[in-house]
Design a binder for this molecule. Structure first.
Ligand SMILES: [Zn+2]
Length: 555
């Protein structure tokens, strides 16, 4: 069988495995359906993943997604207005929409445009050449029954326990084009967006951005309008339709808005109060909450949770830990609500600082997992922060690099979460000066906020601001499966120990603390052997493996 024929079979197996795992092993908003890095990308992956000529010839400015959702028919219809600036002359652009949905028409002003569809891609053709530097606006009308797929359903039509419709979108893995037409890639974002959702009277829609009002349409439906004032990842765009009750609060001058089902309102009022401490901690390390004009929202949903920008969705059972478990297993996870802290941490890393390709998604997940560790340190001190961080070691597999292949819609392995955080903790130990480290964290966020970047941008920032060449260290941890091994060779007769790094990167070098816990000595191993005096025996000689994520081999 060819790869394309074989693929659906093992994808089916992965789906089954993901379902079995859901709520037990998988991290929040995880790519549980991640495709194997070994499988060749399909034609559809290349169309979705590549930043091809009909994407790179334009720059997104604005969307207005205006849809009507029929809960009974499980049907969506409406249009997306797409405003963009041409970067080069051209007469074709690429949008994306899943094949299960119909495109009714695409118009430029009053002119109907021709288009052709190829798997999920929609190529829109213009009768006249669009000119570089000019701005255009088209409307893509569509309708259909969205295909419910993936761990969180992409767009799922459910009912709550009392029988009211409960309709939510969460589509990071499958893509926003599962339920609305857009330029479905990570590199380019609109600068702002309007979202209008028409739903039967009596239901509430909570989407991203600032609430801009609701209008009774006179036909049994009400339109809910939301205004996003910032760039937004397409997968962050979200509808949450249900029998929601609303309550609000403030953190300083930031509006906090909360939405829960009536039967869970009391529990939500208690649990959602953790949002304030979360914002305080992350503002301490990185600076102001990124989406102030849009406010911060927490919305109850029937799945575990997702970082939808300024409209974080929550399904963690109003209990601390992650789905009522001690997620990292060392007694710290149970002190806070994992989903509130993790998904909201993405407002800084994921939503504000975003990766420009799925391959570098560790910029979202590795960083946000590290934000959990920082939250623990902020609340309970450095020692607990370290304990929490190191507990993640048991979840790392080190089988594949955490940066996946670029431009093919590849999803990195789950190591991007845990190993990403352990790597950042290692980097802190390399910098070895907490004042400098806090300044670096604050600086890297402030420098890249509201941007879509690649790992190379972060490496360049750290190299420039530390004066070190950290490229081989980043590359070893992110672009190879294995972590570095500190090789130690003891010579008891001479009272010496020889040391060197064993790593894939030839230029890999980093300092490490060795000796005894109450009297660490900083050494600078490289790829070649060096030697030092030590009064310690092979058994007594320790390495600070809680500060550096490394293997140690003693001979
Ligand atoms: Zn996450």
């Amino acid at each position: 069988m060819s790869i394309t024929n074989r693929r659906p079979i093992w994808l089916g197996i992965l789906v089954a495995a993901a379902v079995a795992r859901a709520g037990q092993q998988a991290p929040p908003a995880t790519p549980a359906l991640s495709k194997s890095a070994d499988a060749a990308p399909t034609h559809a992956d290349l169309l979705r993943g590549a930043y091809g000529p009909y994407r790179s010839n334009n720059d997104l400015l604005y969307y207005h997604l205006d849809v009507r959702v029929d809960p009974e028919k499980k049907f969506i219809s409406g249009k997306n207005t797409v405003r963009f600036k041409m970067l080069a002359d051209g007469n074709r652009i690429q949008l994306d929409l899943h094949e299960s949905l119909k495109i009714d028409k695409i118009v430029l002003g009053t002119a109907q445009l021709k288009f052709s569809r190829d798997s999920g891609a929609v190529f829109v053709d213009f009768p006249e050449t669009l000119r570089a530097g000019k701005t255009y606006s088209i409307e893509a009308y569509y309708s259909g029954h969205p295909l419910e797929s993936g761990r969180f359903g992409s767009m799922a039509f459910k009912k709550d326990a009392s029988g009211h419709p409960w309709i939510n979108t969460a589509c990071e893995e499958q893509g926003a084009s599962m339920w609305w037409p857009n330029k479905d890639q990570w590199r380019d974002e609109v600068e702002s967006m309007d979202i209008s959702v028409s739903i039967p009277n009596g239901l509430v829609d909570v989407s991203n951005g600032q609430f801009a009002g609701k209008t009774d349409l006179g036909d049994g439906y009400t339109r809910w309008d939301w205004r996003v004032h910032y760039p937004i990842n397409n997968y962050d765009v979200s509808l949450n339709i249900g029998n929601y009750q609303h309550f609000s609060d403030r953190y300083r001058d930031l509006p906090l808005d909360f939405y829960a089902l009536p039967e869970d309102l009391d529990k939500a009022k208690t649990q959602f109060s953790q949002a304030k401490g979360m914002i305080e901690a992350f503002e301490h390390y990185f600076g102001e909450y990124p989406f102030k004009k849009d406010g911060y929202k927490l919305i109850q949903v029937p799945y575990s949770g997702m970082e939808h920008q300024s409209a974080v969705t929550y399904g963690n059972r109003f209990a601390n830990g992650y789905l009522e478990r001690d997620w990292t297993g060392v007694g710290i996870s149970t002190r806070f609500d994992f989903i509130i802290i993790h998904e909201s941490g993405h407002e800084w890393f994921g939503n504000s600082v975003s990766a420009a390709d799925r391959s570098d998604m560790w910029i979202h997940e590795g960083w946000t997992t590290y934000l959990e560790c920082l939250y623990v340190e902020y609340r309970w001190g450095k020692e607990d922060g370290l304990k929490y961080t190191n507990a993640y070691k048991s979840k790392v597999k080190n089988e594949k690099p955490i940066i996946a292949e670029r431009g093919v819609n590849a999803t990195p392995p789950q190591d991007q979460y845990f190993k990403g955080a352990l790597f950042l903790n290692t980097l802190r130990s390399i910098v070895d000066d907490d004042q400098k480290w806090w300044a670096l964290l604050h600086g890297v966020y402030q420098h890249f906020k509201y941007q879509n970047i690649m790992t190379e941008d972060i490496v360049a920032y750290f190299n420039q601001h530390t004066g070190m060449n950290l490229t081989p260290v980043f590359d070893q941890y992110l672009r190879h499966p294995a972590i570095p091994t500190l090789e130690l060779k003891f010579d008891p007769a001479n009272g010496t120990v020889a040391y060197r790094w064993k790593a894939d990167e030839a230029a890999f070098a980093m300092p490490v603390r060795v000796g005894t816990r109450d009297h660490w000595q900083l050494v600078q191993p490289r790829g070649d052997w060096q030697s030092m005096k030590t009064p310690l025996s092979k058994n007594e000689f320790a390495v600070a493996t809680d500060l550096y994520y490394i293997n140690v081999e003693k001979n």
